[in-house]
Write a protein that binds this ligand. Structure first.
Ligand SMILES: Cc1cc2nc3c(=O)[nH]c(=O)nc-3n(C[C@H](O)[C@H](O)[C@H](O)COP(=O)(O)OP(=O)(O)OC[C@H]3O[C@@H](n4cnc5c(N)ncnc54)[C@H](O)[C@@H]3O)c2cc1C
Length: 486
């Protein structure tokens, strides 16, 4: 039976990062994924010559990110080229309380330039006083020390924002952005996580993509593992983590068994503990805690190929004052009471990298809207139908230019990431919800109570938004495993 130093289950951004970094430090690594390619939830696939994001993906921060550090650390700059658009790459569509649609084109790194301030006045009817309040909010967020931020682990973001007294339009803009970054209710989102991401966004900008697709760096990490003498076993599902003598010793896949000194799982904390290893190998209070963990929401939407440039920017958020979601509004949606505009984010990868389309001028886009993470729920269908109505209102000729339109929901997310092992879980867009009670010291430790078993990705070990959190976790967990292996 083949023996490795480390076996990594899952080649999402967390798994791919930890595998590559451990391979770099001389460990013999087996990286295993149930799907054909690396990237997990943000994998890029080929469809009839088009490079396609399975789910929309852009990185935050754009500059000076953990992605940049990883490329440098592995010295793979020749394989991964980041694309960060200059100029007005975002176009905001805001529906006023009076029902008028307003448009705002803006750069992905806001600078507070006079034109940006003028746009905020025009689109959100913001007064000088309102803009001062917003400036104070950002200045406070930027001036907090690390300890002051950590002290906000137990404070909800909406509560932290309230004293600044933002008017509803500017509040909506910030809250919809936070919903989009974390895919959880803004009132329950931990202020510590939110402020960190806002700072990264202000200092490093909002849109990072890479030539050839968002998953390029994850693919390069998998190749790196192989180059260093390890293996990338794609299309192999890990069925069981093998435990012997009170510690993990290997994994059983649908093609056989392999042995390793350490197992790092990117398959999600609940599937790893409750299904792959088995609850019987953990203390009962740990199992109870893992069972009670709450996932982020899911994102449903459509993948499009269009026969001409219909969407006029790389990133298009669409919202009204009713669109951003706190817990009460999310529960309303679950009961069938929808806002006038469901919060929609349109990502247009071909605006970042036109070479994704084999036909010049064709557009590849992804429309996204929030829904329940339960793979069995049908709420996502209503969410995308409602999003469709809004898109057709804003771009009346959209339907005439569709070459391909693929709907997706939480079941599709689960199939490319974690299995559903508990009711209501599996289709989450991010991973563990970054809400009060689940971040900072309350976040699960990557080192599980079962010796030799570690967690990586958006459930443990990292901070930040989406894939940036997964890569951050990959760095931290690689250092931990390396130290433990000695
Ligand atoms: C629609 C959508 C839009 C998003 N937009 C953005 C965005 O714009 N920017 C951003 O940064 N983030 C975005 N995210 C969130 C981001 O994709 C995730 O937070 C991140 O990719 C999670 O990474 P991860 O390493 O935790 O794990 P995952 O990506 O979930 O990877 C887990 C991997 O484990 C594998 N696996 C699981 N079980 C097994 C098993 N038993 N055997 C073998 N392999 C297994 C899976 O196949 C998968 O490859 C989006 C997510 C969705 C769904």
């Amino acid at each position: 039976m083949e023996h490795y130093d480390v076996c990594v289950i899952g080649a999402g951004y967390g798994g791919a990062t930890v595998a590559a970094l451990l391979a770099k430090s001389g460990r013999r690594v087996a990286l295993i994924d149930k799907t054909p390619v690396a990237g997990g939830k943000v994998q890029t696939v080929d469809r009839k010559g088009y490079r396609f994001e399975m789910f929309g993906a852009v990185g935050i921060p754009a500059h000076d990110s953990r992605f940049h550090e990883l490329v440098e650390e592995l010295d793979i700059g020749d394989q991964v080229e980041f694309l960060i658009p200059e100029g007005d790459a975002a176009s905001v569509r805001y529906k006023t309380p009076a029902g008028e649609w307003r448009v705002m084109y803006s750069p992905l790194r806001q600078t507070g330039a006079p034109k940006e301030m003028e746009d905020l006045r025009r689109v959100f009817d913001a007064t000088d006083e309102d803009l001062d309040a917003m400036a104070k909010l950002y200045a406070t967020a930027l001036s907090l020390t690390d300890d002051e931020i950590a002290a906000l682990d137990d404070v909800g973001m909406l509560e932290w924002m309230k004293p600044f007294g933002l008017p509803s339009g500017l509040e909506s803009q910030i809250c919809m952005n936070l919903n989009t970054l974390f895919v959880v209710a803004v009132d329950r989102l931990a202020a510590s996580e939110a402020i960190l991401a806002m700072r990264q966004q202000v200092l490093g900008g909002a849109g990072r993509y890479s030539v050839g697709g968002y998953a390029r760096l994850a693919e390069a990490c998998a190749n790196y593992v192989v180059k260093q003498g390890g293996v990338f076993l794609s299309r192999q599902r890990v069925k069981r983590i093998v435990v012997d003598g009170g510690r993990v010793v290997g994994v059983e896949t649908d093609r056989g068994e392999l042995r390793a000194d350490a197992i790092v799982s990117n398959a999600g904390i609940q599937p790893t503990v409750l299904a792959l290893a088995g609850a019987e190998h953990f203390p009962s209070d740990y199992v109870d805690r893992v069972t009670a963990l709450e996932p982020s929401w899911a994102i449903a939407g459509y993948r499009y190929v269009l026969d001409e440039r219909i969407f006029d920017a790389a990133l298009i958020p669409i919202f009204s004052d009713q669109s951003w979601l706190d817990e009460a509004r999310y529960q309303d949606m679950a009961r069938g009471v929808w806002p006038d505009v469901p919060l929609i984010a349109v990502d247009v990868p071909s605006e970042f990298d036109p070479s994704l389309s084999p036909v010049p001028g064709h557009q590849i886009a992804n429309c996204q809207v929030f829904c329940s993470p339960d793979p069995r729920s049908t709420q996502w269908k209503e969410a995308i139908e409602r999003a469709d109505e809004i898109l057709n209102e804003l771009w009346p000729d959209l339907e005439d230019h569709i070459i391909r339109k693929e709907p997706y929901g939480p079941r599709a997310i689960s199939s490319l990431s974690r299995d559903s092992v508990l009711p209501g879980c599996g289709g989450e867009a991010v991973g563990l919800a970054q809400v009060v009670g689940q971040v900072g010291s309350m976040k699960p430790d990557p080192r599980t109570p079962l010796p030799g078993l570690y967690l990586v990705g958006c459930d443990a070990g990292g901070r930040g938004a989406g894939t940036h959190q997964a890569v951050d976790s990959g760095f931290n967990v690689a250092a931990m495993v390396d130290a433990d292996l000695g």
